[in-house]
Design a protein around this ligand. Structure first.
Ligand code: ADP
Length: 647
């Protein structure tokens, strides 16, 4: 016996009520998008049926004319959106329509700002598309039957958009889904032909199957007599005549010149389920050995799950106009996972699977070409003179792009051109923060690109390692993102210039040092040999080496990393991920010109000498990574000196 024939009431999953309320509230100023979302779902359902129909043609039930119908009844104040797509089983209805925002609800609620405009953009990301119906409706009914099932196996879902919904078994003669909206009293204006047509034109012109509405009468050509007949005919309920309101042509198949910016934008929202406009797009038709069309989009905002490696990513794959799969991730590398769009190939087989895609050499060539396209699209955006689109892109996705050099050796230089960094030359515009711009500003005789990696921009800017560079007016790139040290371990050079971490190894300014500087340094080193040895004895446990440096002008001392040792930032990342990192010791470098060093050299009291050295070493540690090995010892020694001072 089945209890399923009776209506059953079920609760929505977690936080649904709150979410619906918020959504209705934040999308209030853009209510009409409910229709865009429902048409988008209906179109996806048609795509899925066409795909399934490739291997099981009987699913078409002798009706392969896929379409969407929009009807309204202004007396009853309803609108319905019907499709003859794949439909849903009872279980699918429960899992797809009974779970709001699926995996992300809690996260979503946390990320809300209270700012209507921002929140409405966020809502799109969480795929609450269907629920946008409740912006205008106070009750929604979904009658659906999965293709290939019996007429009596349909499902009727109903909800007032509050805490629960009801579900029952129903009959439906045709496969597919009808979504009926019972409009709120003050939204009755939507149940009107002219308005609905306008919305369909605006948001669904790019949908590749026809969106049909009842043919409009042309009253002026009718005389009174005929009008009466029409009325009679209507009352007898003759089959309504429909006509397509939209263009009904897959957007990417059209020539670029025939597609308006606005159409590209709406199509983006359909494929990406994003509510916001894209930053940029690139539409290309490739002919020759391989034939395919691609339409790549650059979103304007990072999705909440950008850093989740398992999150869905990839392009929507079509083969000869037939939808094959969502999230085909084989067409772009991981570091471009934020790119959305479609690819339509003539060379891939219609019954391709994810496994086959992985091994197909055709896919490899397409991936290489699409990667170039995507990078070119970014390159173009970065050269755009007006506006801050590229700065926005960099803010949202720059950290992901930094994974590029490690993943994509071939395009390393191209990717590096897209990077932006602050440098010691402040107040430069976004474009001036590129490595190309840095190179163009390099001083005469400068052969390397100097950079420093630090915990924060402030720590980078005030690092003692920059002193000599400031003095000589040499620009240094300031890196302070988590990923930067790792990134730089994959970047040896740019534009033929080697990268040099200014806190690593012995400072070598090459031609930037004149002969006199060099002579002076050698002299200093000789003179301070004794001091270096004494300090070395004090710090033998803590440092690898003590040496005289000329990179300092103001600070008495600093720490440097040995050429091939791991830096402190990388060490922290590795330790945080639970890996054991081999112990390495820093190099303690002293400034021969600093009065403290001069004083230290003449200090004959060994206790005092070791106090001073410990304090200098502590200071250098703080400047290097903000930490002290033994803060207690440091304070005790410092206080001892302070006391002596005040005596
Ligand atoms: P999204 O479309 O972003 O996945 P929605 O809330 O709009 O989120 O829809 C949830 C799911 O419900 C869809 O992914 C789809 O599986 C199913 N669905 C919605 N509308 C239809 C429809 N007209 N036909 C078949 N399935 C549908």
């Amino acid at each position: 016996m089945s209890t399923e024939t009776q209506a059953e009431t079920r609760g929505f999953e977690t936080e649904a009520k709150q979410l619906l309320h918020l959504m209705i509230h934040s999308l209030y100023s853009n209510k009409e998008i409910f229709l865009r979302e429902l048409i988008s779902n209906a179109s996806d359902a048609a795509d899925k049926l066409r795909f399934e129909g490739l291997s099981s043609p009987e699913l078409f039930e002798n009706d392969s004319d896929l379409r969407i119908n929009i009807d309204f009844d202004s007396d009853k104040n309803t609108i319905s959106i019907s499709d003859n797509g794949i439909g849903m089983t009872r279980d699918e209805v429960i899992s797809h329509l009974g779970t709001i925002a699926k995996s992300g609800t809690a996260q979503f609620l946390e990320s809300l700002t209270g700012d209507q405009q921002k929140d409405s953009q966020l809502i799109g990301q969480f795929g609450v598309g269907f629920y946008s119906a409740f912006i205008v409706a106070d009750e929604v009914e979904v009658l659906t039957r999965k293709a290939g099932t019996e007429v009596s196996e349909a499902t009727l879902w109903r909800s007032k958009g509050e805490a629960d919904y009801s579900i029952e078994i129903a009959e439906k003669s045709t496969r597919g889904t009808v979504v009926t909206l019972h409009l709120k009293n003050d939204e009755s204006g939507f149940a009107e032909a002219y308005r609905l047509r306008g919305i369909v034109k605006k948001y669904a012109d790019h949908i590749s199957i026809p969106v049909m509405m009842e043919k409009q009468e042309v009253p002026t050509t009718l005389d009174e007599n005929e009008k009466d007949q029409t009325k009679d005919a209507e009352e007898k309920d003759v089959a309504t005549e429909y006509e397509a309101v939209n263009d009904a042509k897959a957007l990417w198949t059209k020539p670029r010149k025939d597609v308006k910016a606005n159409e590209y934008k709406e199509f983006y929202k359909h494929v990406s389920h994003d509510f916001e406009d894209p930053l940029n797009w690139s539409h290309n038709k490739v002919e020759g050995k391989l034939e395919y069309t691609s339409l790549l989009y650059l979103p304007s905002r990072a999705p909440y799950d950008l850093w989740n490696r398992d999150a869905a990513r990839g392009l929507k794959l079509f083969v000869q106009r037939v939808f094959i799969m969502d999230d085909a991730e084989q067409f772009l590398p991981l570091y471009l996972r934020f790119i959305k769009g479609v690819v339509d190939s003539n060379d891939i087989s219609l019954n391709v699977s994810r496994e086959i895609l992985q091994k197909d050499p055709v896919v490899d060539s397409m991936r290489a070409a699409l990667t170039k396209r995507a990078l070119d699209m970014l390159g173009k955006l970065s050269k755009k003179k007006n506006g801050d689109d590229y700065a926005n892109f960099w803010k949202e996705f720059g950290q992901v792009l930094k994974e590029g050099p490690a993943e994509d050796f071939v395009n390393k230089e191209k990717i590096a051109k897209l990077f932006r960094f602050t440098t010691t030359k402040s107040d430069v515009g976004n474009e001036d923060q590129s490595l190309e711009a840095y190179v163009s500003r390099m001083k005469e005789g400068q052969e390397k690109i100097f950079y420093i990696v630090s915990e924060s921009e402030a720590a980078a800017r005030t690092s003692p390692h920059l002193e000599i560079f400031k003095k000589k007016g040499i620009e240094v790139v300031l890196m302070h993102e988590r990923i930067d040290e790792w990134l730089m371990s994959h970047m040896q050079e740019f534009d033929g210039k080697k990268f040099q971490d200014v806190s690593r190894g012995e400072l070598d300014l090459g031609k930037l040092d004149d002969e006199e500087d060099k002579k002076l340094q050698e002299k200093n080193e000789k003179e301070l040999e004794g001091l270096v040895k004494r300090i070395q004895k004090c710090l033998s446990e803590k440092v690898k080496e003590v040496r005289v440096t000329h990179r300092l002008t103001d600070s008495p001392a600093c720490l440097a990393v040995d050429e091939h040792d791991m830096g402190s930032q990388m060490r922290k990342i590795m330790e945080a991920s639970g890996q054991t990192v081999p112990e390495t010791k820093p190099i303690f470098e002293i400034n021969p010109d600093h009065p403290l060093m001069v004083k230290l050299d003449t200090e004959s009291d060994e206790d005092r000498f070791s106090d001073l050295v410990a304090i200098l070493f502590g200071q250098a540690s703080i400047a290097d990574n903000g930490q002290l090995d033994d803060p207690g010892d440091f304070s005790a020694r410092l206080n001892k000196l302070l006391l002596e001072l005040s005596n």
